[in-house]
Design a protein around this ligand. Structure first.
Ligand SMILES: CC(C)(COP(=O)(O)OP(=O)(O)OC[C@H]1O[C@@H](n2cnc3c(N)ncnc32)[C@H](O)[C@@H]1OP(=O)(O)O)[C@@H](O)C(=O)NCCC(=O)NCCS
Length: 216
């Protein structure tokens, strides 16, 4: 796979697995291979895959895009990506509106005024439960200037929710249905950056006036 190597990459996750950061052109080139990981991890209806590909290709050029791919034996076994959330983006506006409609305008301001939006985190079943997902999540969030990270995950207990909670994410909106998917409730989760357990270093560019109280 083509990839951009930064000062931090490749990172070694395990003896046979490393993380690489893909810049947008390399990421879009890799989308077909990444979709195979997505398909194995999420088991979506096959007809959804073309739409997913075009969403991922579009996300690659959102501001602040960062992607991390876990590679084993030259093949991707996991991927995750995120970007800076802005008003005008579908997910961002939908979640802000959902929080406001639920009487949580304060949480909307707190969590979505300067967010890193984590769009996807997936690990192939053959590589799950080996620390790959956690490493990718930390790599995505490391050194980011945003105040918070936000994401949606399916409602109910899951490995994903366990992972996010253990990194400091909490539920800010439960059983939220995105337009067009009324039967698939999601939880919106958010965390202050840097993530719990990631070393606690404050990245340059972070507002010193961030009024975080610690009470969520
Ligand atoms: C969720 C997911 C990304 C986690 O990645 P992973 O590489 O398997 O997770 P890790 O090995 O880094 O483990 C993270 C934590 O989850 C736990 N975990 C992982 N797989 C688990 C499983 N099948 N059952 C229970 N816990 C599990 C681990 O024990 C670990 O917790 P611990 O450190 O307290 O022991 C991965 O399981 C996955 O791709 N699942 C299917 C797709 C999905 O749900 N994506 C997220 C969409 S929001």
């Amino acid at each position: 796979m083509g990839h951009r190597t930064t000062g931090d990459y490749p990172w070694s996750v395990a003896a046979d697995t490393e993380l690489r950061e893909l810049a947008p052109p390399a990421f879009t080139h890799a989308v077909p291979a990444l979709l195979q990981v997505y398909e194995a991890a999420m088991r979506p209806p096959p007809e959804q895959l073309p739409g997913r590909a075009s969403i991922m290709n579009g996300h690659a050029y959102y501001p602040g895009f960062r992607s991390v791919v876990a590679v084993r034996g030259g093949e991707p076994v996991g991927f995750a990506y995120a970007f800076h959330g802005y008003r005008g983006q579908w997910w961002h506006d939908t979640v802000v509106e959902g929080l406001r409609a639920d009487g949580r305008a304060r949480q909307a301001r707190r969590y979505l005024s300067d967010p890193l939006e984590i769009a996807e985190v997936h690990v192939h079943p053959d590589a799950q439960n080996q620390g790959v997902g956690r490493s990718m999540l930390y790599a995505l969030c490391r050194g980011r200037p945003e105040r918070t990270a936000v994401l949606s995950t399916r409602s109910g207990p899951s490995a994903a929710r366990h992972l996010y909670r253990s990194c400091g994410f909490t539920e800010v909106l439960e059983d939220f249905s995105f337009p067009g998917s009324p039967d698939q409730p999601f939880s919106i989760m958010a965390a202050r950056l840097p993530l719990t357990g990631s070393g606690g270093r404050r990245p340059p560019g972070r507002s010193v006036g961030w009024p975080w109280t610690g009470s969520r």
